[in-house]
Design a protein around this ligand. Structure first.
Ligand code: NAD
Length: 519
């Protein structure tokens, strides 16, 4: 099979089903000039959209949600054809979380973005008050990857729209049709024209979007592309959120429930054929339970069915390029002394890019398999002897997206969680909190910056405006001109007494303040 993505000429992308090589369809590569036009249209449409109340915006989101529900099988089949993942997994890992997120932000955005009063201490005694109001940023450019072609862009779109923004979405060139289905859903939900536009295309279209006059970029993708996006954005002082790669560790302590931890490791490493930013890519298990745990992992892996169709657990990898990276990491590890316990090669006898779920031991921190993002169905397992060592090993990475700790002792889990360098740490869980729209998602170190989801994610999509009021417009301020001897004396008093925040301590200054006001 040739490459999945064929740029037949400079203006068109041909999309191929990675399970069987069939052509799914063709979409245009949007030119830089057309990207600028789309952003202009979005700017024109956004103020009208922002004028609607939260309730009015929520009505449209909930209408879109009903359409997603009624088209759920069509959507899952489309995602499956574009990415190779089994349709049931498309429903569980993409459609269900998104339906939940749509409901949450439709119902909660008004509360989450409610204006806030700020306490001003002694200044409030002077008739002053402050509050923060949240205004939409304007036009949000969303650039998304192929591994969750429905959930990742749609989550961003829903949150940006609820906050009152217009959106221009540039989906991955490998999954354009899932994004076009998002456009179809919102059109049928009667979203006003111009408020959401999809621009299909490759990296050139993405780069054009960053330079096209949007007010914010929400980027999800690889570290290498994230760096390029940040570089271009810096030229325009354009704020960006970067949701990048991961090399997520799972720590299994000696008191963990071994069977359940093994099942979690297998799902965490192999779901979505390992092509999740938060996939378990390094497993550290206490040496006292390592044999038992590894045997259980292998037993669970043997039960998995890999191949095309719906009655399988692991589908095709989405691109041949990714499969070759996975194979390279496995070969490099083996050449350096690692041992493949199960899997370790491309699955033969099928037309698509299927890679056998792979468990590897005898690995060490210097191997490519333990350092670079593999993004495939490979679970390397190694051991530790103390909590401190487990923490050191887990933190020994340039990435920091999520991490997991398995233990029966919740406070021990908590203690370790707080010492791990990751945007999210799960105790007795793996991968799944991206599905919790209520909770923030994002990384530290080279996994990126900024957050999506939850209130913190919503705050990325608004500009906080501080409004300050003086309810005594008939009086001058004591610190205004001119700086007389009385003023100088008062300022010393302010330094000593007013800045303590105590009414009692500041009270003796009152006569001086009054004299100064009428000076
Ligand atoms: P990628 O970086 O190759 O592409 C991501 C998007 O950027 C695509 O739409 C692509 O067309 C576009 N793009 C390419 N060059 C560009 C440029 N110069 N300017 C602007 N846009 C450009 O990533 P991918 O291979 O599609 O996705 C896989 C990566 O995404 C993995 O590293 C994975 O970990 C990461 N990811 C992260 C998260 C997260 O939440 N942190 C979620 C999903 C995927």
């Amino acid at each position: 099979m040739a490459s999945q993505l064929i740029e037949s000429d400079v203006t068109e992308i041909i999309s191929i089903n990675p399970s069987n090589g069939e052509e799914i369809g063709r979409v245009p590569i949007t030119s830089a000039a057309d990207v600028v036009k789309a952003v202009r249209i979005a700017h024109a449409a956004q103020p009208g959209w922002a004028k609607l109340t939260f309730r009015e915006r929520a009505r449209i989101i909930l209408r879109a949600r009903e359409i997603v529900l009624s088209d759920v099988d069509e959507i899952a089949t489309l995602i499956s054809r574009e990415t190779g993942k089994p349709a049931p997994e498309a429903i569980s890992m993409e459609v269900v979380p998104t339906l939940d997120l749509m409901y949450y932000f439709a119902r909660q955005t008004a509360r989450l973005l409610k204006q806030q009063k700020i306490g001003l201490g002694l200044y409030s005694w002077m008739g002053r008050s402050s509050k923060i109001v949240y205004k939409p940023v304007g036009v949000v450019g969303v650039i998304s990857p192929w591994n969750f072609p429905w959930a990742t862009p749609l989550d961003e779109v829903v949150m940006a729209l609820m906050a009152g923004n217009a959106v221009v979405l540039k989906p991955s060139e490998l999954t354009s049709f899932s994004a076009l289905k998002i456009a179809d859903v919102f059109k049928r939900a009667q979203l006003p024209s111009g408020v959401l536009q999809i621009i299909t295309g490759d990296g050139t279209t993405g780069a054009a979007l960053v330079a096209a006059g949007v007010d914010k970029i929400m980027f999800t993708g690889s570290v290498a592309t994230g760096v390029r996006v940040a570089e271009t954005a810096a030229k325009y002082l354009l704020p960006v959120v970067l949701e990048l790669g991961g090399k997520d560790p799972m720590i299994v302590l000696d008191d963990a429930n071994i069977t359940n931890a093994a099942k979690a490791a297998v799902w965490g490493a192999f779901a979505n054929a390992g092509q999740a930013c938060a996939s378990i890519e390094r497993c550290y298990v206490h040496e006292s339970i390592a044999t038992k745990f590894t045997d259980e992992v292998v037993k669970q892996t043997q039960l998995l069915r890999t191949g095309p169709g719906t009655e399988v657990d692991i589908g095709a990898m989405t691109t041949e390029r990714q499969l070759l990276i996975v194979d390279d990491h496995v070969h490099d590890a083996v050449a350096n002394g690692a041992k493949v316990i199960i899997g370790g090669k491309q699955q033969k006898g099928t037309r698509g890019w299927f890679y056998e779920p792979t468990v590897i031991t005898n690995v060490n921190q210097s191997m490519r398999l333990m350092r670079a993002e593999t993004f495939g169905p490979v679970l390397p397992i190694t051991t530790f002897t103390s909590d401190e060592e487990a923490i050191l090993l887990a933190n020994d990475s340039i990435y920091g997206l999520t991490a997991s700790v398995f233990t029966s002792n919740i406070s021990r889990g908590h203690r370790i969680a707080e010492q791990l360098e990751a945007g999210t740490v799960m105790v007795n869980e793996v991968v799944y909190t991206h599905a919790l729209g209520q909770t923030p998602w994002g990384g530290v170190k080279q996994s990126g910056y900024g957050r999506t989801h939850g209130r913190l994610g919503l705050l990325e999509l608004v500009t906080p405006q501080h409004i300050h009021l003086n309810r005594m417009p008939f009086l001058p301020d004591a610190w205004w001109f001119r700086y007389s001897p009385l003023a100088n004396d008062l300022f010393h008093g302010l330094a000593r007494r007013f800045t303590t925040g105590s009414v009692l301590k500041a009270a003796p200054l009152l006569p001086k303040i009054i004299r100064r006001l009428f000076e």
